[in-house]
Design a protein around this ligand. Structure first.
Ligand SMILES: [Zn+2]
Length: 370
């Protein structure tokens, strides 16, 4: 069945093939060859050309030997920096980097779990329905690979993303939508000592707008933040321009829309009051998803976890993942905990027991759909 030594060795090998965001090509070619060894049909879509990556998303299908429902497993291939020349170290059952880079368990632990499960299926000739796999590019910094994924080639209605830092057993069933908001206030410069009344301070307009805003924790599922303010030049000039960068998130798409409109409204009112101009730009980065607790997909993961012997529990996420994009494209998807600890830091690490359990959960999910 699942072999600890084999999955650990595979994981160590994967993290040593660098795949920083937009430079996933070498790893994509390696993993494509691995998938082909199992008899998967593997293709690479056009996302790379659109995004400036050196490969597209890797899409694979292992044809089923039963009439079971097709299911999709999805992970991302790219890693944050510093993520080149990773030298993994094992200490007391835990895999670390050497402290100069991230580890890359986000998300190569997920990839290792999927590959180990396929290895077991093939070597034991186990029954399974069609298994589809997407290994995406450019997830970090905007979910761009998934946004440009060739969905026309996928048949699955249920998908399992393996990309959460929780314990194996964690099932993320809700994720927030996020808006990015950019404001540019255009005032009028004037000498601050000689004729300040002739100026319109863009900084004062921005201050008025922000002080009238409801921000930070809006309610249990909605947040908003001003992340950056810049503007002005020198103290004797009334500031002609100010730039404000903000974000808002909510588990509820309508609440997010209302919050973003509120923030834009505060800028418009402040600009009107001072006679300034404001340019607002609101971009929906991704939409929220919400899978019901009693949905089949959740029940099936819960059963799989119980068989493996880990406690299943549902949770919601504060951030975006490829799960948001899959759900937005009509595939019901949940994000599973694979035990990536402290991702995006030099202290990132992975307990071997979590890696093994993640692979066992993938195996048992396949079993639920056979
Ligand atoms: Zn990730």
């Amino acid at each position: 069945m699942i072999k600890q030594e084999r999955i650990v060795n595979a994981f160590l090998q994967y993290v040593q093939i660098s795949s920083p965001t937009t430079k996933e090509g070498a790893f994509a070619r390696f993993i494509k060859a691995e998938l082909e060894k199992f008899g998967c049909d593997v293709s690479v879509d056009q996302a790379g050309e659109k995004l400036g990556c050196d490969t597209g998303n890797v899409i694979a299908r292992l044809k089923g030997n039963t009439a079971g429902e097709p299911i999709l497993f999805s992970c991302h291939m790219d890693t944050v920096s510093p993520g080149e020349n990773i030298k993994p170290i094992i200490k007391d059952g835990v895999i670390y980097s050497d402290g100069t880079t991230i580890l890359g368990g986000d998300d190569k632990a997920g990839i290792a779990a999927v590959i180990e499960a396929l290895t077991v299926i093939k070597e034991n000739d186990l029954p399974h329905g069609d298994i589809e796999i997407t290994f995406t590019v450019f997830e970090e910094g905007g979910l761009h690979g998934a946004k440009n994924l060739d969905f026309s080639s996928l048949k699955s209605k249920h998908a399992f993303v393996l990309d959460s830092g929780g314990d194996p057993g964690q099932i993320i069933i809700q994720g927030p939508a996020q808006d990015k908001l950019d404001f540019k206030v255009i005032g009028r410069p004037a000498h601050a000592g000689v004729a300040p009344e002739e100026g319109i301070s863009a900084i004062m307009v921005a201050a008025e707008a922000i002080s009238n805003m409801t921000l930070l924790r809006i309610d249990f599922e909605t947040t908003a933040n001003i992340g950056r303010v810049e503007g002005g030049t020198v103290t004797n000039i009334v500031a002609p321009e100010a730039i404000v960068k903000a974000e808002a998130r909510s588990l509820n798409n309508d609440k997010l829309k209302a919050q973003s409109e509120h923030m834009v409204d505060c800028f418009n009112k402040a600009a009107e009051k001072f006679g300034a101009k404001v340019e607002s730009n609101v971009v929906r980065m991704y939409s929220a998803f919400n899978v019901a607790e009693d949905h089949d997909i959740v029940k099936n993961v819960e059963k799989a976890c119980e068989i493996v012997g880990v406690r299943p529990f549902t949770a919601s996420s504060g951030g975006g993942s490829d799960t948001n994009i899959l759900n937005a494209n009509g595939i019901t998807a949940v994000n599973l905990g694979i035990g990536e600890r402290k991702p995006h830091t030099l202290e990132e690490h992975l307990h071997i027991v979590d890696l093994v359990n993640a692979a066992k959960i993938v195996m048992e999910i396949i079993n639920q759909y056979k």
